[in-house]
Design a protein around this ligand. Structure first.
Ligand code: ADP
Length: 269
């Protein structure tokens, strides 16, 4: 359904070139929940942003349902993007609009039929469990509630694919679990394929059936969750499994920079 083919991307900054993605290949089947895991700076955000062409790759192709997105013009892309929802770490809600108005936003771009929009927003509020918050403003909501609003907004145009960019990284563990449960329900009940990026193995374990491990812009491993977890020989995977959360305390990182220990390697800033 989604083919990420030979994707490369180099950023140029202050006369320096940095290859953020290096020849990435990944296939995602309809109905899958695929997790891309990697350290900070590995290229996860860049990769997920190339899927809907928010970031244009220098090389390679993104083929979704047989259509090569890299060949589309901006008008065609805007049309295709309506069927791809996206949620972010910091929710990206408009503070001047109520919950209802935030969710209605994508619908208002295509229709002025207020009754139809109200009906759809009410349905979405029910899916995310926020029927009683319709007229509240984002500032009065918890982080988890804000992410629920963002999820409802992402579902407004009945997408077939939901891209999740560190969607639970700003949330506490209990709220993380409830948002992951909601994503699982959405995948199950609505048949929406989910592609998420995270630096936390716990998120991957909780929700993903397929996993891709990315490091320094390269895909270092991919497979089912059980294949990835059993691949303990891979130093990157070993490190994720050991740490649970894919961050290394600063002190340990400094130590590892001097001398790698027990298959652990330092994070390069
Ligand atoms: P991750 O999501 O895994 O933390 P990113 O995809 O955000 O990693 O970034 C990968 C690398 O590309 C980082 O070194 C980052 O600084 C660099 N990068 C990302 N976006 C840009 C940009 N717009 N301009 C320059 N460098 C960028």
């Amino acid at each position: 359904m989604i083919e990420i083919k030979n994707i490369s991307k180099t950023f140029h900054q202050k006369k320096q070139a940095f290859k953020a993605l290096n020849n990435i290949n990944l296939s995602i089947e309809k109905g899958d929940i695929v997790g891309i895991i990697g350290f900070s700076g590995a290229g996860k955000s860049t990769l997920i942003r190339t899927v809907n062409l928010l970031e244009r790759p220098d090389e390679g192709h993104i083929i979704i349902n047989g259509k090569d997105f890299t060949q589309l013009n901006s008008k065609q892309l805007a049309h295709e993007r309506k069927k791809i929802g996206m949620i972010f770490q910091h929710f990206n809600l408009l503070s001047s609009r109520t919950v209802f108005e935030n969710i209605a936003l994508p619908l208002e771009l295509d229709s002025d039929n207020k009754d139809k929009i109200r009906e759809k927003v009410n349905e979405l509020l029910q899916i995310v469990g926020l029927e009683d918050k319709a007229h509240d403003y984002p500032k009065s909501l918890s982080g988890g509630q804000k992410q629920r609003v963002a999820i409802a907004r992402a579902l407004a145009n009945d997408p077939y694919l939901l891209l999740c960019d560190e969607a639970t990284s700003a949330l506490d563990p209990a709220t993380t679990q409830s948002i992951l449960q909601l994503l699982r329900d959405i995948n199950h009940r609505l048949g929406i394929t989910i592609l998420l990026i995270t630096h936390e193995m716990e998120v991957i374990k909780a929700i993903c059936n397929h996993v891709a491990v990315i490091d320094k812009g390269q895909l270092v491993s991919k497979g089912t969750l059980s294949e990835i977890i059993s691949n303990k020989e891979n130093p990157i995977i070993k490190q994720f499994l050991n740490s649970g959360v894919m961050t290394i305390p600063q002190e340990l990182n400094k130590k590892l920079q001097k001398e790698p220990q027990d298959g652990l390697f330092p994070l390069v800033e």
